[in-house]
Design a protein around this ligand. Structure first.
Ligand SMILES: Cc1cc2nc3c(=O)[nH]c(=O)nc-3n(C[C@H](O)[C@H](O)[C@H](O)COP(=O)(O)O)c2cc1C
Length: 349
């Protein structure tokens, strides 16, 4: 890491604090770094560790029934008295009940993911006093979400791990950041170092969201073999799932290639052949394709089946080189951002 003198370090830290002040204010934390919700991974331990280290942890509540979500929120509240968020998936059949759980447990921030949220959901969350953050995949939707009451936006580029859109973080940032000043905007996807964090802040972001970089945090409960796969992988190993026939859409998910991703290609071919031979109808074929990955993330994260499970990971996985305490990861990101700001602004001691 570049050495900077104490006075230039202090000046750069002041600039950093000014740059992400709107993000810190909205989230109520020291450093505007969100630990993006990751199913099975972002549970009480990692979420509280991120918030306790000054960042903003987000619980992955998307696939939980209301009673499990309530238990996880309560457990997280017992492990940190700092703010954290709850991520809910808009397509969840019990979304309203999950929102009620957040209301009962006085959750301060809800992140709505997985499709465009309705104005009604946003309103329902704001009514109990929580802030709402929404993912915005395009400028026109960003404006729509702000009109619907979103308090903050997350823009996530295709470099990210998990379910992805088609546009890169760099392009989304250029399209959206200069046009939105009504609410804080957080940038996600492909960020693993403080230099990149500083660059997005300088472009107008209020903070950043990282997922992949936190998987190998010591506090993260992911199976040791899941973490090992991350430490071993390089950027080019994290690729989106491939759809082999436009008639049978596949939602792109970025993950490390393994036996499962190879088998998925073969399986699509087999199912589509059976459809073409008239053995199954289109709906059955589509369902078989969709069901292939059911439970696969859990198999990899919890059971450690890194060959057949889903190793969702972003391209930044190449910069994950060892297991580290969460506070050290956040400290490194901040120090790198400070050094980058000092260097770019030619602050001298
Ligand atoms: C293993 C894994 C699981 C994820 N699961 C979810 C999820 O359940 N809900 C969600 O909104 N985002 C999910 N994401 C996306 C992250 O919250 C975050 O936005 C993303 O990881 C940021 O990009 P990065 O991976 O390049 O850091 C997941 C990402 C990973 C790597």
């Amino acid at each position: 890491m570049e050495q900077i003198s104490p006075s230039s370090d202090a000046a750069a830290r002041r600039i950093l604090d000014r740059l992400w002040a709107p993000g810190r204010e909205l989230l109520g934390c020291e450093v505007a770094i969100l630990g993006g919700a990751m199913s099975w991974i972002s549970e009480r331990n990692l979420v509280s560790a991120i918030s306790n280290a000054g960042g903003f942890g987000v619980l992955a509540g998307g696939s939980m029934p209301p009673d499990l979500l309530a238990a996880e929120i309560t457990a997280t509240q017992a492990m940190t008295d700092r703010p954290f968020g709850v991520n809910l998936i808009t397509l969840h059949p019990e979304l309203d009940a999950l929102i009620d759980v957040c209301a009962d447990l006085k959750v301060g921030h809800v992140v709505l993911a997985g499709g465009l949220p309705s104005s009604a959901s946003i309103k329902r969350i704001k009514e109990f006093g929580a802030k709402v953050l929404c993912f915005s995949p395009a400028l026109v939707l960003a404006k729509k979400l702000i009109r619907a009451g979103a308090d903050g936006l997350i823009i996530e580029g295709a470099e990210a791990g998990g379910h992805i859109g088609p546009v890169t973080t760099g392009v989304l940032a250029q399209e959206i950041l200069p046009q939105i000043d009504q609410v804080p905007v957080f940038v996600a996807g492909g960020i693993a170092r403080g230099d990149a964090l500083a660059a997005y802040l300088e472009m107008g972001a209020a903070g950043v969201q990282l997922g992949t970089r936190f998987v190998c945090a010591s506090e993260c409960i992911a199976h040791p073999d899941f973490k090992k796969a991350f430490i071993k992988a390089s950027a080019r190993d994290a690729v989106p799932t491939v759809q082999i026939d436009p008639q049978f859409p596949v939602i792109p998910v970025r993950a490390l290639t393994n036996q499962g991703t190879r088998r998925f290609m073969e399986m699509q071919r087999e199912v589509i052949d059976r459809y073409r031979a008239g053995e199954i109808d289109q709906k059955t074929a589509q369902l078989e394709i969709e069901h292939f990955w059911a439970g696969a993330l859990r198999r990899a994260v919890i059971d450690g089946d890194v060959e057949n499970g889903s190793l969702m990971a972003g391209q930044s996985v190449g910069m994950v080189t060892r297991e580290q305490p969460t506070a050290e990861i956040i400290g490194e990101l901040v120090d790198q951002a400070v050094a980058a700001i000092a260097a770019r602004r030619h602050i001298s001691g």
